[in-house]
Design a protein around this ligand. Structure first.
Ligand SMILES: C[S@@+](CC[C@H](N)C(=O)[O-])C[C@H]1O[C@@H](n2cnc3c(N)ncnc32)[C@H](O)[C@@H]1O
Length: 216
C-alpha cells in the first residue's frame, strides 16, 4: 500500500511508507486560542515565503537513504540539493504537527508531561508561547535535514522563521545560510547534503535521554 498523503498529488522519491506526507501544517488539539493568535501574528523580522511556492514535492531537494558507514546517520536518510543553491535561498517549509508544548525540543529541556519532548523531529516555533512543529509522525522532506556534526565542518543551511502570506501564519523553513557580514554562507552545490545546526541543546537533551535509558 502506498504511504498516505494529505491531498492529491505525488510523493517525493524515497518517502517512507510509515509516515504520512503532508503539504500544509496539521494543527494539534493542544493549541489554545492564544496560541492561535500568536501563530497568526506576523513577526516583524520573519522572511515571507514566495507566494507561488508549490505545495508538494520540492524540486530543490532529494531525500536520500544514507549507506555510508562513516556518516553518523548511516542507515537513516538525509536531504540533498538537486541544484546549486545561492546563499539565503528559501528551500522549503518545515511541515509537521503544530502543537502547544511546555518545552518544545530542538531546545534544552525534556519533560515527561510533554508528548513531544523526546521527539527527534520537534522544532521550536515560539519559545515564549511554547509552540513547536513536530514532524515525527507526519511531515515533508524538511524532516530529513541532518545536523552538520560529524558530517561537515559547518552547517550550510539553517532553520529560519517564515511568514506564509497565503495562510497568514508563522512557520519555520530550511534556508541556505546567508552570506552574512563575514561572507560565511557560500551556498550549496548540487549533490551536497543540506546540513543545519540543531544546537547544542538538542544533543545535550539526547545524551540525557540515552543516559536515562541506560540506567533502566
Ligand atoms: C530530524 S531527524 C533527521 C533525519 C533522519 N536522519 C532520518 O532519516 O529520519 C534527526 C535525527 O537524525 C539523526 N541525525 C541527524 N544529524 C545527525 C548527526 N550529525 N549525527 C548523528 N545523527 C544525526 C539523529 O538520529 C537525529 O535524532
Amino acid at each position: 500500500m502506498p504511504p498516505p498523503r494529505s491531498g492529491p498529488g505525488p510523493l517525493p522519491r524515497n518517502w517512507p511508507t510509515n509516515s504520512p506526507y503532508i503539504v500544509t501544517p496539521v494543527y494539534s488539539k493542544s493549541l489554545s486560542s492564544s496560541h492561535d493568535s500568536s501563530l497568526r501574528t506576523r513577526p516583524s523580522d520573519a522572511f515571507e515565503i514566495p507566494a507561488n511556492s508549490p505545495r508538494g514535492p520540492c524540486q530543490l531537494v532529494r531525500v536520500t537513504p544514507i549507506a555510508n558507514p562513516s556518516h553518523p546517520a548511516n542507515g537513516q536518510s538525509g536531504l540533498f540539493a538537486t541544484k546549486d543553491l545561492k546563499p539565503g535561498t528559501f528551500i522549503l517549509q518545515y511541515l509537521g504537527e503544530i502543537h502547544a508544548s511546555p518545552t518544545p525540543s530542538f531546545s534544552t529541556q525534556n519533560s515527561n508531561a510533554d508528548p513531544h519532548a523526546h521527539s527527534d523531529y520537534d522544532l521550536s516555533l515560539d519559545r515564549e508561547h511554547g509552540i513547536g512543529i513536530d514532524a515525527a509522525k507526519m511531515g515533508n522532506e524538511a524532516r530529513f535535514t541532518n545536523d552538520y556534526r560529524g558530517i561537515a565542518e559547518k552547517p550550510n543551511a539553517e532553520f529560519r522563521e517564515i511568514w506564509d502570506g497565503r495562510k497568514k501564519e508563522r512557520g519555520m523553513a530550511v534556508c541556505v545560510l546567508g552570506e552574512g557580514k563575514s561572507g560565511k554562507g557560500k551556498g550549496i552545490r548540487k549533490g551536497e547534503e543540506i546540513l543545519v545546526s540543531y544546537g547544542r541543546g538538542f544533543w545535550g537533551a539526547r545524551r540525557a535521554d540515552d543516559e536515562n535509558t541506560a540506567d533502566v
